[in-house]
Design a protein around this ligand. Structure first.
Ligand SMILES: NC(=O)c1ccc[n+]([C@@H]2O[C@H](COP(=O)([O-])OP(=O)(O)OC[C@H]3O[C@@H](n4cnc5c(N)ncnc54)[C@H](O)[C@@H]3O)[C@@H](O)[C@H]2O)c1
Length: 269
C-alpha cells in the first residue's frame, strides 16, 4: 500500500485484450491506475484497441495463447516493462458451433487449445511472478457453458467446464502464495466479437430477426434482461479487488439467475 493507503497499482496481463470482455476489463483496470498489457492474436484489433485506450500505461502484445513460446514471451515482456506481474485475466476465447457429427478433429483441437490449454499455459507462465508479488490475482473467463451442457457447442462446453476445474485446482495450489484464482461465468452477451458470431449463427439457423432472437433470450433469463459487458466487467473487477483477498476457487455466475433458479415445477404460468 502507498502512504495514502490507496492500493498500489496493479500490473496486469489481459489475454483476448483487444476485444469484448478483455478490452473492457483492461479499460477498467486502467481507470484504476493499473499498468495493463493487452495481449491478442489479432494484430489489427490490437492496434485499434491500443488507439482507443489511449494510455501510456498500455502495453500491446501480439500473443497466441496456444503457443508456449508466445505465452512465455508475453509474460517476460510484462515483467521487463512493468517490473512485476501481479494480475492475469484469461479472456481469449473462440467458439465452434456445429452438431456433433460435423465437428472435425481440427475444430475440436482449436477450441480446446485456445479455451483450455491457453488458460493453463498463461497461468503456468505467469504463476512464478504472481507468487513473487504476494498479491497475485487470476481471473479466468468461463461461461454458463462451464456449468450446463449446451447442444451445438460441445467442444466449447468441454473446454469451459475444464476452465472451472483448472480454476479450482490452481486456487488450491497457489493459495499458500496468496494468489487467488477465480472464474467469471457469463451468460451470452451479444455485443462482443464472440457474441456477434453466436447471434449471426442463431439468426441464420432460426431465420428470425435480431430483435426476436434477443427477446427470446431475455425471456429465458429470470431477471428479464440480457447481460451486458458491464455486468461481466463488474464481476471480474470485484474478484480482482484488494477487498476480495479471501475469495478463491470461486466460479461466479453472471447470468441473471439462469443457473441458480427455476419456477416451481408444475406451477409456472
Ligand atoms: N460473449 C459471450 O456471449 C460470452 C459468454 C460467455 C463467455 N464468454 C467468454 O468470454 C471471453 C471473451 O470473449 P468475448 O465475448 O469478449 O469475444 P471477443 O471475440 O470479443 O474476444 C475474444 C478475443 O480473444 C482473442 N483470441 C482468440 N484466439 C486467441 C489466441 N489463440 N490467442 C490470443 N488471443 C486470442 C480474439 O482475437 C478476441 O480479441 C471468451 O473466453 C469467451 O469464451 C463470452
Amino acid at each position: 500500500m502507498t502512504q495514502s493507503s490507496k492500493p498500489d497499482p496493479r500490473h496486469a496481463l489481459v489475454t483476448g485484450g483487444a476485444s469484448g470482455f478483455g478490452l473492457a476489463i483492461a479499460q477498467s483496470l486502467l481507470a484504476q491506475g493499473a499498468y495493463v498489457a493487452i495481449a491478442d492474436i489479432d494484430a489489427a484489433r490490437l492496434q485499434e484497441a491500443t488507439r482507443s485506450l489511449d494510455s501510456a500505461n498500455v502495453l500491446p502484445l501480439k500473443l497466441d495463447v496456444t503457443s508456449v513460446d508466445s505465452v512465455r514471451a508475453a509474460v517476460e515482456s510484462c515483467k521487463s516493462r512493468f517490473g512485476c506481474l501481479d494480475t492475469l485475466v484469461n479472456s481469449a476465447g473462440v467458439i465452434h458451433i456445429a452438431p456433433l457429427a460435423e465437428i472435425s478433429e481440427r475444430d475440436w483441437d482449436r477450441v480446446l487449445d485456445v479455451d483450455l490449454k491457453g488458460v493453463f499455459l498463461c497461468c503456468q507462465a505467469a504463476a512464478p511472478f504472481l507468487c513473487e508479488s504476494g498479491r497475485g490475482r487470476i481471473v479466468n473467463i468461463g461461461s454458463d457453458a462451464s456449468k450446463l451442457g449446451c447442444g451445438m457447442i460441445v467442444s466449447y462446453c468441454a473446454a469451459k467446464f475444464g476452465v472451472v476445474g483448472l480454476t479450482k485446482a490452481l486456487a488450491a495450489e497457489l493459495a499458500t502464495y496468496q494468489v487467488t484464482v477465480n472464474c467469471v461465468c457469463p451468460v451470452g452477451v451479444s455485443t462482443t466479437g464472440m457474441g456477434q458470431d453466436v447471434l449471426s449463427w442463431k439468426m441464420r439457423k432460426v431465420g428470425a430477426k435480431l430483435q426476436d432472437i434477443l427477446a427470446a433470450t431475455t425471456a429465458g433469463i429470470p431477471l428479464q434482461r440480457n447481460a451486458t459487458t458491464e455486468d461481466i466487467v463488474n464481476a471480474a473487477m470485484f474478484l480482482l479487488a484488494e477487498r476480495s483477498s479471501f475469495l478463491t476457487g470461486v466460479a461466479l455466475d453472471v447470468d441473471g439467475g439462469l443457473l441458480s433458479t427455476m419456477p416451481m415445477p408444475g406451477a409456472a404460468k
